[in-house]
Each structure stands twice: as structure tokens, then as C-alpha cells.
Design a protein around this ligand. Structure first.
Ligand code: NAD
Ligand code: USQ
Length: 382
């Protein structure tokens, strides 16, 4: 299978590219290195040092004999994207290439506009390019569980059967996103659904939960292949941030009461989910939605788990409740379906103490790289 991975230099995209390459796919990567530039803008860096993309693919070739072609350019440049699709003629496109931080999108008007333009225009360009050049290609698009928000009813996988005034229909599940970034994902979902309905494209929208962990079997094979590990208030996500905070002896930053409950997934399962979606493509005209997470946790529960393992490692760690910079429910009902990927063959790796220990030890190894002044939240929703 020929697969183009858009955003293949990023946290999810890089391990996915290696994994698919190892499974025998012919993989190419498209990226414009925006993520590396945001580190410069924000004065942050990956906790684990990362090599350049050219060094990465070169080392992969030396280790495995497999080639990963690279295209450096912007999804919002339609001519560039069309050129790549013409050269690659992929069977599947995996689209990770977006601005994915909720806090970044809430810094100010400019960052909100940038996020929505980057994400919505990039995705629109991609569906038009697929329509015109490779209409049979399967689009695998990364969405987010945060598109649904936290409704007081069960969350389904994309669609909801509704009865109204004696009639019924299956309609897109109502969305209540919690940031300008999450809104961009909702806009993408609508645009992709429209493209499938009107132009008979095939797509799978993967509503992924918060990803944790850092390395996969492939990225840990060599230091040049190591994956990025974000820990700062803008790009760091809940569990990985708590691990980094534990490693530097900072109190774990639970926002508000910590009753916020979210779906979580290990990076090792992310790569397998993408493979499963590609191996079982959507039909022409079909826009499938899978909820891509394996377990749900409250934020306070996660912080307590990290603190307990950190204490066993003789680290002095407290859990602290900091004023919540976001506007979100801190106590709420949460029950989201997530069976479709399991039905296709996913065997989830569940969170355990051994992994937490391994991640804390990885963070300790590089802890001098953590910018202590970038841990506490400063971006406010209001
Ligand atoms: P990331 O920022 O590490 O990777 C995204 C990559 O896309 C980066 O390498 C960046 O340079 C590239 N990119 C961004 N805009 C681009 C553009 N216009 N043109 C070309 N390249 C561009 O993010 P990630 O954590 O790997 O997330 C990947 C995708 O998965 C995102 O769409 C995100 O919304 C989704 N997702 C991530 C998580 C998570 O916890 N990390 C959870 C759910 C969903
Ligand atoms: N939180 C804390 N303390 C922290 C960091 C976060 O309490 O130090 C809380 C937040 O308030 C929020 C929850 O943890 O309630 C999750 O926040 P997060 O920063 O881990 O994740 P989020 O902003 O939701 O975004 C991340 C990815 C995004 C993806 C999303 C999946 O950055 O790309 O779409 O997870 S989901 O959460 O399912 O929407």
C-alpha cells in the first residue's frame, strides 16, 4: 500500500510513518516543520532531543533498508499538495498535519485565526486534491474526542439515532468543542462528511483521545529515531506533563478540581489504529467515525497514579490544584463508545505502573532540558 503521511514529522506522525514502513507500506511524509518553529516561538523544546527529518529517514534507511520519501511544504499550498499527490498517487493519506494545541489556539485572536485557517484550509485542500487526482484514495483524518465536549448523555462513534416528533434519523453526533482548536476539528469533520456525500470520496475520521507515552518499538530502536516529548503548558498534554513535572520535583498541575474526564490512548496504540483503518478502508461515499481511545480517566486520578509511582522512585511529588485556565466542566458525566477499532482487531495497551515508571525514568534522563518557567499555565480562556 502506498501511504502519504501528512504531518509525519510530528509526535503521532513520525512513529506512525515508521510503523507503516515496517509493515511493508510504501511511505512518504509531507510536513512543513511548523511544529519545530512553534518551539522557537514559545521558547520551549522537546524533552527528548530529536533529530532533523532528513537525519531520521536516513537512519531508518540504514537500519531497515526501507526508504521514506519526504516532501517539505505546506498543506495550505494547494499547488504543492496536488504535486505531491500526482507524484505519489497514494492508496491512503493519513492527515495529522494540523495545529493541535488547544492553549495555542486560545493565546489571542491571531493564534485562533491561524489555527482555524491552517487546519480548515489544509484539510479542504486535501479533499479537493484527492477528488481531482486520486478519487479512490482513502483519507484517514485525525479528529479529536474533544469535538464532542462533555454532554450529559452517552457519546457514540460519530452518529446518533434521533427520534423527533414521531420520526427518526441517524445524524452526526452534536458537537460542543472546548477551544478554537477543537472547533477547527469540527469544521474539518463537516467538510469531510460533505466531500464523501457529494463526491463519493472515502474517509475515516478518527476522533482520538489524549495521547500519552513517547516511544514505540521503532522510535526507541536508535537515538536518531527518538520521538518528541512535549511538556510545556501549551503543547504538553495531561499525562505526559505530569510525568515531566514528577521528574523535576514540581507539583503535578491539576487544573481545577481534576474531575474532568477524558479518553486516553498510548502512542503504541495510535499507530496500530491507523494501520487498522488503512487495512479496512471506508467504502466510496462513506465517512466513518471511530472513537480512538482505549481508557478513560479523570485528571485527578491520573495525577495520583503518577504521584504514587514517583514516590516509589524516591521523588518528592505533590499533586496541586491550580486555578483552571480553561472554561470546561470539572465534574460531569462521561461515557463514550469506543468499540469499532477493537472490532477491527485493536488489542489495547492499558496504562500500568511499569509504563509510568519507564516514562518517569526517561524524563529524569533529560530533565535538565525542561524549562521550569514554561510549566504553569499562562494562556487563559477568558
Ligand atoms: P504535532 O504538532 O506533533 O504534529 C503535527 C505535524 O504537522 C507537525 O510536524 C507540523 O509541523 C505539521 N503541520 C502542521 N500544520 C501543517 C501544515 N499546514 N502543512 C504541513 N505540515 C503541517 O501533533 P500530534 O500530536 O502529532 O497530532 C497529530 C494530529 O493528531 C493532529 O491533527 C491532532 O489534532 C491529532 N490528535 C493529537 C492528539 C495528541 O494527544 N497529541 C490527540 C488527539 C488528536
Ligand atoms: N489538564 C490539567 N493539567 C495540565 C494539563 C491539562 O488538568 O497540566 C487538563 C485540561 O484542563 C483538560 C485535560 O487535562 O481538562 C486535557 O488537557 P490536555 O492539554 O491534555 O489535552 P487537550 O487540550 O484536550 O488536547 C490534547 C491534544 C489535542 C487533542 C486532544 C484530544 O493536544 O490535539 O485533540 O488532546 S481530546 O482531549 O480528546 O480532545
Amino acid at each position: 500500500m502506498r501511504v502519504l503521511v501528512c504531518g509525519g514529522d510530528g509526535f503521532c506522525g513520525w512513529p506512525t510513518s515508521l510503523y507503516l514502513s515496517r509493515q511493508g507500506c510504501e511511505v512518504s511524509i509531507l510536513d512543513n516543520f511548523l511544529r519545530r518553529q512553534w518551539d522557537t516561538e514559545l521558547g520551549t523544546q522537546s524533552l527528548v532531543p530529536i533529530a532533523t527529518l532528513s537525519e531520521r529517514v536516513q537512519r531508518w534507511k540504514e537500519l531497515t533498508g526501507r526508504t521514506i520519501r519526504t516532501y517539505i511544504g505546506d498543506m495550505t499550498d494547494h499547488a504543492f499538495l496536488e504535486d505531491v499527490l500526482r507524484q505519489e498517487r497514494p492508496d491512503g493519506v493519513v492527515h495529522f498535519a494540523e495545529q493541535r494545541s488547544a492553549p495555542y489556539s486560545m493565546i489571542d485572536r491571531q493564534h485562533a485565526v491561524f489555527t482555524q485557517v491552517n487546519n480548515v484550509v489544509g484539510t479542504l485542500n486535501l479533499v479537493y486534491a484527492i477528488r481531482d487526482i486520486v478519487p479512490d484514495c482513502h483519507l484517514v483524518k485525525l479528529g479529536s474526542m474533544g469535538e464532542y465536549g462533555t454532554p450529559n448523555i452517552d457519546i457514540e462513534e460519530g452518529y446518533l439515532k434521533i427520534e423527533h416528533n414521531g420520526r427518526s434519523d441517524v445524524l452526526p453526533y452534536p458537537k460542543q468543542p472546548g477551544s478554537m482548536y477543537h472547533l477547527s476539528k469540527v469544521h474539518d469533520s463537516h467538510n469531510i462528511l460533505f466531500a464523501c456525500r457529494v463526491w463519493d470520496l472515502r474517509a475515516t475520521d478518527l476522533n482520538q483521545g489524549v495521547v500519552y507515552g513517547v516511544q514505540t518499538e521503532d522510535t526507541s530502536a536508535d537515538e536518531v529515531l527518538y520521538n518528541r516529548f512535549d511538556t510545556d503548558e501549551v503543547f504538553g498534554t495531561a499525562l505526559n506533563r505530569f510525568i515531566a513535572e514528577a521528574a523535576v520535583g514540581q507539583p503535578l498541575t491539576v487544573y481545577g478540581s481534576g474531575g474532568q474526564t477524558r479518553g486516553f490512548i498510548q502512542i503504541r496504540d495510535t499507530v496500530r489504529c491507523i494501520e487498522l483503518a488503512l487495512l479496512h478502508p471506508a467504502d466510496r461515499g462513506q465517512c466513518r467515525v471511530f472513537n480512538q481511545f482505549t481508557q478513560q480517566f479523570s485528571i485527578l486520578d491520573l495525577a495520583s497514579r503518577v504521584a504514587n509511582v514517583a514516590k516509589e522512585l524516591q521523588l518528592a511529588v505533590d499533586v496541586t490544584h491550580v486555578a483552571n485556565p480553561r472554561v470546561e466542566r470539572e465534574e460531569h458525566y462521561y461515557k463514550a463508545a469506543h468499540t469499532k477499532l477493537v472490532d477491527l482487531g485493536l488489542t489495547p495497551h492499558l496504562l500500568d505502573e511499569a509504563l509510568l515508571r519507564e516514562l518517569i525514568q526517561l524524563a529524569i534522563r533529560y530533565r535538565e532540558r525542561i524549562r521550569l518557567d514554561k510549566i504553569l499555565p499562562s494562556v487563559q480562556w477568558r
